[in-house]
Ligand binder design. Structure first.
Ligand SMILES: [Zn+2]
Length: 432
């Protein structure tokens, strides 16, 4: 699990370091065979059921045999804005993309991934309108709805492909889901768009591009009309698990596939490590944090969440997990010292302990940062008497100004270490 976690962090970091429109691909691989399931989510930015399902597959499943590649947030800018397509519908650009289309780079890149030799089955995750029914039963339940379907472009099997029987595979996925419905009206069906003959628009889609290139592809559409994102994710994950079974991909997961458990996972936003000297936890973080010591440029953000992303707006960093804005960091540009200690000594509730740089420490009553040679300490929210040093002084919760806490409860504070004019690292003190 640790190894896997590291892999995710690395991928996210590199994509951010480049600052381009490149795609995050999380690869969970084994050496037994090259057979690979490719899961793509977030082609439409306002469909969180799909992209949170992909993110949970990336972080809470261990793949024990064969391979799974996950693109959790294909259309990042649209996800951040929570709109279908900030540059138009990305899923209508796969047969042809205009030269100056802002999505062109992403389309070309994902096409290459789809055509990779090892990819043997592709699932594109969506949240669709309404509940698909073969007979018209009103504005929500009707043949034009997309919700609660496994979509295929044709019934005819794709030749010489181990998973080419789109009809049989989609039927199996449908049956699996229908045995595990939360409510009876969530029932699933196969929707064959018969794309080549009947559906001009779908001929421009990602799955049709795949199928016409001899790659079996399916879309899973949970319903936008389900009552929560967790319910949407529940059905997406049920479908993905069945695809993995069909492909003989063995896996384990660290949670129970239940709506409540999924909700907990969706609301865990994880952390970001910045320049390896600041660690911020997004759970219960304030909406704005000021004077964050950053470099003028090339700051490195390592997020633990696959859907995390930042956008630089003026001089601030706006951090999102999917469509949810976590916080806005207002930097104080500063030099970074390269001769900082790896550990510091802190007296916590009367007991001296050595803690690693930029780690968190937990206090019942008070703490005191011990004097370190050539180091200056700045406890944000604390004003020492007579402007004396902030190390060697006992600090309790009452002595701290809540306006400066990192969390919304006023219990977590920044302790910053400097050498001369340069920044070393930031630790967090938590009052229990
Ligand atoms: Zn969609």
């Amino acid at each position: 699990m640790y190894k896997l976690f590291f892999k995710i962090l690395l991928i996210v970091t590199l994509s951010h370091a480049c600052g381009s429109a490149t795609i995050n691909v999380i690869k969970k691989e084994n050496k037994d065979t090259s057979n690979t399931l490719l899961v793509i989510a977030g082609i439409h930015g306002d469909e969180p059921g799909g992209y949170f399902a992909a993110s949970i597959l990336a972080t809470h499943y261990t793949i024990k045999s064969k391979n799974v590649w996950i693109i959790p947030n294909l259309n990042k800018d649209s996800i951040r804005a929570d709109v279908r397509g900030i540059n138009g519908d990305m899923n209508r650009k796969f047969s042809y993309t205009e030269k100056n289309d802002k999505d062109k780079e992403i389309i070309e890149e994902v096409k290459k991934i789809i055509l990779s030799k090892n990819i043997s089955l592709i699932v594109n995750l969506h949240d669709g309108h309404g509940f698909y029914r073969k007979k018209d039963a009103g504005s929500v339940f009707n043949p034009n709805a997309w919700g609660q379907t496994c979509v295929i472009d044709q019934c005819k099997p794709i030749q010489n492909q181990p998973f080419g029987n789109l009809d049989a595979i989609s039927s199996r996925v449908k049956e699996k889901i229908n045995k595990n419905l939360i409510e009876p009206h969530h029932s699933f069906d196969v929707k064959n768009t018969n794309t080549k003959f009947d559906d001009e628009m779908m001929r421009l889609s990602l799955t049709y591009f795949a199928v016409t290139n001899n790659k079996p592809a399916f879309a899973i559409e949970s319903s936008k009309n389900l009552s929560s994102v967790s319910q949407k994710v529940y059905y997406q994950l049920l479908a993905l698990e069945e695809f993995m079974k069909i492909m003989d991909i063995s896996f384990t997961k660290d949670f129970e596939l239940k709506e409540k458990e999924i909700s907990k996972l969706i609301n865990d936003y994880g952390t970001v490590a910045i320049n390896e000297n600041i660690l911020l936890n997004f759970n219960d973080i304030k909406k704005n944090l000021a004077y964050i010591p950053l470099k003028q440029k090339e700051n490195q953000f390592k997020f633990s969440h696959p859907l995390a992303d930042f956008k630089k707006i003026d001089d601030t960093y706006v951090i999102n997990i999917g469509n949810k804005q976590m916080t806005i960091l207002k930097p104080e540009f500063i030099g970074i010292s390269d001769s900082c200690p790896k550990k510091i000594d802190v007296e916590i509730d009367g007991k001296i302990t050595s803690i690693n740089k930029s780690s968190d420490f937990f206090v019942n009553d008070d703490f005191k940062i011990l004097e370190h040679k050539n180091m200056r300490v700045n406890i944000i929210g604390f004003t020492p008497k007579n402007n004396s040093s902030e190390s060697g002084v006992k600090v309790n919760l009452k002595a701290l100004n809540k306006n400066f806490s990192v969390d919304t409860n006023g219990k977590v504070y920044r302790v910053e270490f400097y050498k001369g004019n340069d920044f070393c690292f930031m630790s967090m003190v938590h009052f229990k």
